[in-house]
Design a binder for this molecule. Structure first.
Ligand code: NAI
Ligand code: NA
Length: 396
């Protein structure tokens, strides 16, 4: 069977197993090329199938020979339908980990539920005893709180007033003005409930209670700040409130882990093309200009480069983990460099439909977007039979 990308709006309905496999292999090769990292050996990654979470799982396994358990929410392949990209990524990751003699098992289900937390804890007890690193990398538009039973939906809106600015439809390259209406009060609450730190704290509490956290265990969640250009819709918008909450939760988790000498960090990462970021107005235009400038300056990174650097030069560099004045690890340092932001701001003023393919990196944006679904990956023969059914024993 030949699998092609099928787009609907900002999402792609198909995914390519061979492309996903190649993309995982490329990430593994990158991590290996950077040498060993003296990191954690038993690692749980919550949100392990795509983006920063997948990169974290790969970096732990192939940088530090770690045993990994991955939790995610993905669709397996079905008759006449491809799996979701994260499912293929995870199948490929497990195959490669097993080939390398590394323990790797996965749990496919709703990480916000008590059931998946219990299932994960049981698996840790049975196979690993305890874990020493927990990466929390969920991105979801919806969460059902297991205590209240209430289902919350997150929104990406400015707070207080309408925000108008430029955006781009990255498929067509058309630059236009958009206006986003401000949030209503429960939009903030709901977004904080989905993307804030409550569920992270619930995971850590359940694991501590079950005795599956090793002494000195570290947990890391991912955040974003970005420039003033995107502030109204990101850091000062509803999602920014959720990130404020996530960042504050790091301190309360650290307090709760005092007796095992544990520590919670937030790492602020760089803006990258993911399914989630493509759906936020204004951000795709910012990313396409940012990519152009960072590539020209030789400081562009993707998820794997970011996480490999997080591990090797921040978490496991030896000695104190460097943080900013708010206790956050910063690997958005190159994105936020004054000269980079200055150039992006200048290009932003000029950007039009006519000049964007020249002054911005629309091509790089599109390529990254297709890559998320296993398309347009170097080294894959897309005319060959895609052999869609990948059976994976250990994905429960
Ligand atoms: P992603 O969409 O690539 O990954 C999300 C992961 O969460 C996937 O593994 C998915 O299966 C899993 N997931 C979603 N809902 C789930 C559920 N109910 N149960 C179990 N698993 C579930 O997202 P990405 O971009 O890697 O984001 C991860 C974190 O990094 C987020 O906190 C995001 O805000 C943050 N971040 C993202 C940036 C970007 O530009 N993409 C920049 C900086 C931070
Ligand atoms: Na992720």
């Amino acid at each position: 069977m030949i699998i092609e990308p099928r787009m609907r709006g900002f999402i792609c309905l198909t995914a390519h197993p061979k492309g996903a496999e190649q993309s995982v292999k490329n990430q593994i090769e990158y991590v290996k090329s950077k040498g060993k990292i003296d990191g954690a050996k038993k690692v749980l990654v919550i949100g392990a199938s795509t983006g920063f979470g997948l990169a974290s799982r790969i970096t732990s396994a192939f940088g530090s020979d770690a045993a990994t358990i991955g939790v995610f929410f993905e669709k397996p392949p079905m008759e006449g339908k491809t799996a979701s990209p994260g499912w293929y990524n995870s199948a490929a990751f497990e195959a490669e980990a097993h080939k390398a003699g590394l323990y790797a098992k996965s749990i496919n289900g709703d990480a916000f539920s008590n059931e998946v937390k219990d299932q994960t804890i049981e698996l840790i007890k049975k196979d690993l005893g305890q874990v020493d690193l927990i990466i929390y990398s969920l991105a979801s538009p919806v969460r059902t709180n297991p205590v209240t039973g209430i289902t919350h939906r997150s929104v990406l809106k400015p707070i207080g007033s309408t925000f108008s600015n430029k955006t781009v439809d990255f498929h067509t390259g058309k630059v236009s003005e958009i206006s986003i209406e401000p949030s209503k009060e429960d939009d903030i609450e709901n977004t904080v409930a989905v993307m804030g730190g409550e569920d992270w704290a619930m995971w850590m509490e359940a694991m501590k209670k079950a005795g599956v956290l090793a002494p000195g265990a570290v947990t890391v969640a991912y955040s974003y700040i970005g420039p003033s250009l995107t502030e109204p819709v990101y850091r000062k918008g509803t999602i920014g409130r959720a990130k404020d909450h996530l960042e504050a939760t790091a301190f309360s988790i650290t307090d709760s882990l005092k007796d095992i000498d544990g520590k919670a960090y937030v790492s602020v990462n760089k803006a990258l093309v993911t399914q989630a970021s493509s759906a936020i107005p204004v951000i795709p235009l910012y990313i396409s200009l940012l990519y152009k400038v960072m590539k020209e300056e030789g400081v562009h990174e993707g998820t794997i480069e970011q996480i490999q650097r997080l591990y090797q030069q921040r978490l496991y560099a030896g000695g104190e983990v460097p943080t900013d004045e708010k206790g956050r690890i910063r690997i958005d340092d190159w994105e936020m460099r004054d000269d980079i932001q200055q150039k992006v701001a200048e290009l932003w003023e000029k950007a039009t439909t006519e000049n964007l393919s020249e002054i911005g990196d629309l091509e790089g944006y599109r390529k990254d977007f297709y890559n998320l679904f296993g398309f347009d990956i170097k080294g894959v023969d897309y005319n060959a039979d895609a052999n869609e059914m990948v059976a994976v024993e250990s994905i429960k």
